[in-house]
Design a protein. Structure first.
Length: 313
């Protein structure tokens, strides 16, 4: 794509982080938001993220300065008429996204790629409000995208293959790890796998088989390490598919198959414990513990990314 101007709509956590991702990839970025307050907060988030990457040796100070210089923080929709890509990162609400795209998609150039960042909303339903939906698709980034390599690219029912291929190469050129989700399935790939595991983890705690800390340790010190290095299918190959097949015959019937929401999770949320943002979740984040936990998380993500993806031990 000759023109390298992306409009990112929504200056929340994801929008600010994605502005950084595209700017570091050499794109001119217009970060559009409806309020100046949101833009000011996003600018602070970008600067803080860049400072961390520089401190960790992931980015040179001059590279960070150049990337920030490529980002325009704007309240003006006129930026949408000259973009090669428009990426929407507004609230995770189907109707809100449909209203936005109905208004904004005709403003973009006819051949511009259009994408919604969503964790699992149906792409095809959003596309019903989009002008020229054959170029519209989903981009699902994991939080925070400036540290997470994965980007799921999701086809809608009307999305045409040439546009998917363009988007795949675009994300690849950002230094990220794109995968194409060929079917517009609820939750896509990452969240379906994540919630299947979460369902079983909650069930094991409810059944008294382990504490929350024990479950986290099993993933961090065992399964998570193996999956991060190999993925589930290659892990099975190394373990022997005959062995996995035998275990599969007797273990599956004992696994949790609850179809409704989990009662333990619902109870914790009803108590106002929503995680880091509220000061408590499965763990305590009161006082300065939230900031400390976030810093520790980011440092771990960076260390793993260096080894697994950037080959910088």
């Amino acid at each position: 794509m000759e023109q390298r101007h992306v409009v990112i709509v929504g200056a929340g956590i994801m929008g600010a982080s994605l502005a950084q991702v595209y700017a570091q990839g050499g794109w001119q970025v217009s970060l559009y938001n409806r309020s100046q307050k949101g833009l000011d907060r996003a600018r602070g988030t970008v600067l803080k993220n860049q400072e961390l990457l520089c401190a960790q040796g992931m980015l040179a100070p001059e590279e960070a300065a150049q990337a920030v210089g490529r980002i325009t923080f704007t309240l003006d929709r006129d930026c949408m008429d000259s973009c090669a890509l428009m990426l929407e990162t507004i609230v995770e609400d189907l109707e809100a996204k449909r209203i936005f795209w109905q208004e904004a998609s005709p403003l973009a150039p006819e051949e511009a790629l259009l994408a919604t960042n969503t964790s699992g909303l149906p792409i095809s339903q959003i596309a019903q409000a989009v002008h020229r939906p054959e170029r519209f698709m989903g981009q699902h980034w994991l939080n925070p995208p400036h540290l997470m390599p994965l980007c799921e690219i999701i086809r809608g029912e009307q999305t045409q293959q040439p546009y998917v291929e363009r988007m795949y190469q675009l994300v690849k050129d950002l230094g990220k790890e794109p995968v194409i989700v060929k079917k517009d399935i609820t939750g896509f790939l990452a969240n379906r796998l994540q919630y299947a595991m979460l369902r079983e983890a909650l069930y094991l705690v409810e059944e008294g088989a382990a504490d929350v800390e024990d479950i986290d340790t099993v993933l961090k010190a065992g399964l998570g390490l193996r999956y991060a290095a190999l993925g589930p299918f290659r892990v099975c190959d190394f373990g022997g598919l005959d062995t996995y097949n035998r275990v599969n015959q007797y273990l599956n019937e004992t696994l949790c198959d609850r179809k409704e929401g989990d009662p333990l999770l619902a109870k914790i949320v009803a108590e106002g414990r929503c995680g880091v943002k509220s000061g408590a979740g499965f763990y305590d984040y009161s006082g300065d513990k939230a900031a400390q936990a976030t810093a520790e998380r980011d440092a771990l993500y960076i260390a793993l990314a260096k080894v697994l993806y950037q080959k910088k031990p």
